[in-house]
Design a protein around this ligand. Structure first.
Ligand code: OGA
Ligand code: NI
Length: 357
């Protein structure tokens, strides 16, 4: 990627401080093999409320599967640009390789490979609210390395299983039946992303991923030993580092869960710092509902004293609108969950009533 181009440079107030970075103390570390299920559910509820994210150990995913995927991904990303661009993502083919993503309209210092779990994945065909046509998203598999496709698919199966276990625990932590959320995932649009963050000559100016919240239900993130992920701690708004612990996953809550729980649980801001010496790999799995899901606060979690704090929206349209900002630098902030807060009505909805009116 060469020297830092102006497109990568963050606004001064978003720039990281690699030399001052502190690692957070007290991030919940939850043992999923604990035999005391009630205590486990309590711990998860507490972590969701206080932090919006936590780490899990003894999660049951065999480490060989993750290592196999990491090894294949390393080979893939070290191919020539020309070779990688054979499976390049664009506004029409939304899955595959990509190296010019923007988060909040600033370019990220990274390259990625995206694939969905369901093949094909049913999705909204356009952001027009009156257009109910359905698109079929197809994965683009590279020829090299030949083991990449199978490694990706096997890994995704493990993630779906783990995600469904986590959703059961989260559901119970809200006092709901374990399978309360199951129907939202019949044609789920979940995807896996493999991120490679190359060494960066100016890690104090650019970010691997700019500050953002994940839009879906929850994210299960594997990170290597390099470090760089920071989350905005809810208790004091400080950016703090999440120290890599071998064989754990980081779980962060997304915007859909925030709306479903009517704000009891909230999605969490996070970003990725880069460094000048080492490349870094991470693999987030994004758990997403079916495209036709109307996202709204659950009836059981709202009442007269606690009315719905969010307007309902269509997941497929929301996700596609978000994707637009991945490809181009927009002149305005792209759609965010706070635009759906009931009070006050945000100008985005006032100015763009055609999108989600
Ligand atoms: C993301 C993300 C974190 C990381 O891809 O949405 O937040 O550590 N990644 O790579
Ligand atoms: Ni993220």
């Amino acid at each position: 990627m060469g020297e830092v181009d102006a497109a990568f440079i963050q606004e001064p107030h978003h720039r990281p401080h690699p030399s001052l970075a502190q690692e957070a103390q007290g991030i919940p570390l939850i043992d999923l093999s604990s035999p005391d299920v009630d205590a486990l559910i309590d711990d998860i509820g507490h972590a969701c409320k206080q932090w919006g994210f936590f780490q899990i150990i003894n999660h049951g995913v065999p480490s060989e599967r993750r290592l196999r995927l990491e090894a294949a991904a390393r080979k893939f990303f070290h191919l020539s640009s020309n070779e990688k661009r054979k499976v390049r993502r664009d506004a029409r083919k939304v899955l595959g390789y990509y190296d010019t993503e923007h988060t909040k309209n600033v370019r990220d210092w990274k390259e990625v490979f995206d694939y969905t779990v369901q093949e094909p994945t049913l999705a909204a065909a356009s952001i027009d609210p009156d257009d109910d046509r359905v698109a079929h998203w197809e994965n683009q598999w590279p020829q090299n390395p030949p083991e990449m496709r199978e490694a990706c698919q096997e890994y995704a199966k493990d993630m779906v299983e783990l995600a469904s276990r986590l959703m059961e625990l989260i559901s119970m932590s809200l006092g709901l039946p374990p399978r309360r959320f199951e129907d939202f995932f019949k044609d789920h649009t979940s995807s896996t992303r493999i991120n490679r963050y190359p060494p960066c000559p100016s890690p104090e100016l650019a970010l691997g991923v700019g500050p953002h919240k994940d839009p879906g239900v929850l994210t299960i993130l594997a990170q290597d030993e390099v470090g760089g992920l920071e989350v905005k701690r809810k208790s004091d708004g400080q950016w703090v580092g999440v120290k890599p612990i071998p064989n754990t996953y980081i779980i962060n809550l997304g915007d859909v869960l925030q709306v479903w729980t009517n704000g009891q649980y909230q999605s969490v801001d996070h970003r990725v710092m880069v460094n000048s010496a080492k490349e870094r790999f991470s693999i987030p799995f994004f758990l997403n509902p079916s495209h036709y899901t109307t996202v709204e606060p659950l009836e059981e979690l709202t009442n007269d004293q606690n009315p719905a704090k969010y307007k309902s929206y269509n997941w497929g349209k929301f996700a596609l609108t978000r994707k637009r900002s991945n490809f181009t630098k927009l002149p305005v902030e792209n759609i965010q969950i706070h635009h759906f807060q009931n009070i006050p009505t945000h100008s985005y909805l006032r100015d763009c009533p055609r999108i989600f009116g």
